[in-house]
Design a protein around this ligand. Structure first.
Ligand code: NAD
Length: 372
């Protein structure tokens, strides 16, 4: 059966890293007997330049029709002076909202060959495998009222943290389901000591766990402590669940544990309707304007995002694992893009890294066939 994949390459290094992930997906398609059909659409600053909006209607209709979406990145200095309503980031927030992509899965894994690259000691980071589940469609990014107004001759900036109980319950279920197939431990992160909205969050997560997931060990942690614990002893965590803004910050903190933003994938999932779940896969990093067009961006985060697509949208678990193994093997061979460069390693560019991963896929799959 044909799987329709929509490519939203976006801005900056987006097109460079998406191109490498597409090569990997094509390899998997050819070897798994699955036919992937690729379509493309505009998003972000490049969409604004072409049609005057960061999230064109055509992009939305293609996104709704697709089985899965692979996005590069949006944004850059060129569009920073635009009104907020047409900034590239509005494209990203728009697609999340329109497809109701409420669950953002951000794994932070430490590939063994990179344990030395972390700013933390290898014994603290080695073997790290945590999953941060970030609520993505609510919270202060969407709450009303918002904006800057004049009040008593002063400019006043305002954003509002809002969560409804059902929003907390559905993200809690996603996180508890993940915990069930992983280490059976969930830590819910909030700021219940000062923010009523997150006090409600805490109560609702606890309610769902007590009613439906008594096999899962649930703990609660304030966000400031969670940030500290992530750096002090990250391996204490298995699955973490939190709101949109706390998740934004904590997942970038987790990113640095593993060495580089260039290594971190993500998945954003919606509700399941008619047997189909809306799903967008993208690297955690942004458009990296400082290195755009130089062929030096690390494509691994995007390739790992494609592996998540294989796993969560297409149930191709063995193929997802093969892609991850190929990346691990390439790193073990000492190949590094600039962001993860280490003494004695071989410095490669974006395409060379893609080439090496494809070659490793060939080797690993023929080894597997030989063993079978
Ligand atoms: P960034 O992630 O783009 O870059 C941060 C640093 O990490 C830079 O030094 C960059 O060169 C490096 N980096 C990022 N990805 C890399 C990769 N794959 N390989 C090698 N190095 C990499 O974050 P930023 O500089 O804060 O933001 C730049 C632009 O991206 C802004 O316009 C921002 O709004 C946007 N942004 C978009 C997204 C997204 O599309 N999801 C996420 C974050 C930021």
């Amino acid at each position: 059966m044909t799987k329709n994949i929509l490519l939203l390459a976006g801005d900056g290094i987006g097109p460079e890293v998406v191109a490498e992930a597409v090569r990997v997906l094509k390899w998997v398609g050819a070897h798994a007997g699955t036919s992937f059909h690729f379509d493309e659409a505009l998003i972000g600053g490049s969409a604004y330049d072409a049609v005057g909006t960061p999230f064109p209607a055509e992009t939305l209709s293609k996104a709704k029709a697709a089985d899965a979406i692979l996005l590069g990145a949006v944004g850059g200095p060129k569009w920073e002076s635009l009104d907020y309503s047409v900034r590239p980031e509005r494209g990203l927030l728009g697609i999340r909202k329109e497809l109701d992509l409420f669950a953002n899965l951000r794994p932070a894994m430490c590939f063994a060959p990179l344990a030395d690259a972390s700013s933390l000691k290898p014994e603290i980071i080695s073997g790290l495998d945590i999953m941060i589940v970030r609520e993505l469609t609510g919270d202060i990014y969407f709450g009303q009222p918002r904006g800057v107004t004049m009040e008593n001759s002063h400019r006043v900036g305002r954003n509002t943290m809002v969560y409804a109980d059902w929003e907390v319950q559905r993200i809690a279920r996603i996180a508890l389901d993940l915990a069930r197939v992983r280490g059976k431990k969930l830590c819910s992160v909030d700021k219940a000591n000062v923010l009523e909205a997150t006090e409600m969050w805490r109560e609702e997560v606890q309610k769902i766990r007590d009613a439906e997931y008594t096999d899962i060990e649930l703990s609660h942690m304030y966000v400031d402590n969670a940030a500290m614990q992530l750096v002090r002893a990250p391996k204490q965590f298995d699955v973490m669940v939190t709101g949109n803004i706390f998740g934004d910050i904590l997942s970038d903190c987790a990113a640095m544990l593993t060495g580089s933003l260039g290594m971190l994938p993500s998945a954003s999932l919606g509700s399941e309707t008619g047997g189909k779940r809306a799903a967008l896969y993208e690297p955690v990093h942004g458009s990296a304007p400082d290195i755009t067009g130089r062929g030096i961006a690390n494509p691994v985060a995007t390739i790992l995002s494609a592996a998540m697509m294989l796993r969560y949208s297409f149930n191709l678990h063995a193929q997802a694992k093969l892609v991850e193994d190929a990346i691990n093997a390439v790193l073990a061979d000492g190949l590094r893009t600039g962001d993860i460069m280490q003494a004695g390693a071989r410095h490669v560019g974006t395409k060379e890294m893609g080439d090496a991963i494809l070659a490793k896929l060939d080797t690993l799959s023929s080894t597997q066939r030989g063993a079978a």
